[in-house]
Ligand binder design. Sequence first.
Ligand code: FES
Length: 144
Amino acid sequence: MSGLNKDHGKLIHMLHDTQKKFGYIPAHSISQISGELKISESEIFGVLTFYKAFALEPRGRHLITICMGTACHVRGGVQIVEEMERKLNIKVGKTTANRKFTLETVNCLGCCAIGPVVVVNGKYYSNITIKKVDAILKEYQESE
Ligand code: FES
C-alpha cells in the first residue's frame, strides 16, 4: 500500500488523462498504468470505485444525474429515477445503446431547497416532477 500512497497523485493524474482521452477508463489502460506505476490492477480498481468521477464503461454524450439525497428522496426522487429508467429503457449506472444518455444518481447536490434536482451535462433542473421528465429528455433528444 505504501507504493500506492507514494504514486497516488500520479495515478489520479493518469486516470484523469485516460478518461479525457477515451471518455472512460478502458481495461487496457488499467494494465498499462499498472505496469508503469508498479501498482496492482486490483489497487487501481479500488481507486476507480472510490472516486465516482471515473467511469469503467463508455458513457453517453449526455450525462443525467438524479439526486437521491434525503431531501430529494422524500420529495419524489425515487419516482423520477423510475420514470427516467422507463423512458430511457436502462437502469441507473447504465448507458443507452445509442450512447446518447448515461443515467446516474448522487447523494445530495447541495441545493436541497430546490429538490428534487436533476442535472444534465452540468445544467440544473429544479423541483422536478414525473411530468417534467419528458421535456428534459426532449431537450437533449432533439439537440442533435
Ligand atoms: S438532497 Fe438533493 S440536493 Fe440535497
